[in-house]
Design a protein around this ligand. Structure first.
Ligand code: ZN
Length: 112
């Protein structure tokens, strides 16, 4: 476990038995990591009928949720969560790309 020494504010990695003793004695406080080291499973969805551009929605059990939109959102935008910057998954990006391409064609022809 990781502890912070109360006097010096220095961080130490110690055996849990020792850490608990020091925390119990009031000499240290336990450092609890806010986010996991490994990213949790982000769930992604696509709102295709949103205008002018579709919306990519992302939410994670860590509490992070995001909405990405724009002509290149699926390529340029990432979602920061669990200590990482996660890119849009390929299948979502491909669907998004198809919708964007179709809308660009419609705009060109002045029908959309
Ligand atoms: Zn997360």
């Amino acid at each position: 476990m990781q502890i912070r020494d109360v006097g010096s504010n220095l961080l130490y990695h110690v055996h849990p038995d020792i850490g608990k003793k020091l925390v119990g004695a009031g000499l240290a406080v336990e450092i609890k990591h806010v986010g996991p080291y490994h990213p949790r499973q982000m769930s992604w969805s696509l709102v295709a009928n949103h205008m002018p551009w579709p919306v990519i929605k992302a939410s994670c059990p860590c509490g992070s949720s995001n909405e990405l939109t724009g002509p290149t959102a699926h390529i340029t935008q990432k979602v920061g969560h669990c200590g990482i910057q996660e890119a849009v998954p390929k299948d979502i990006a491909a669907r998004y790309d198809a919708i964007v391409a179709e809308r660009k064609v419609r705009m060109k022809h002045g029908r959309g």
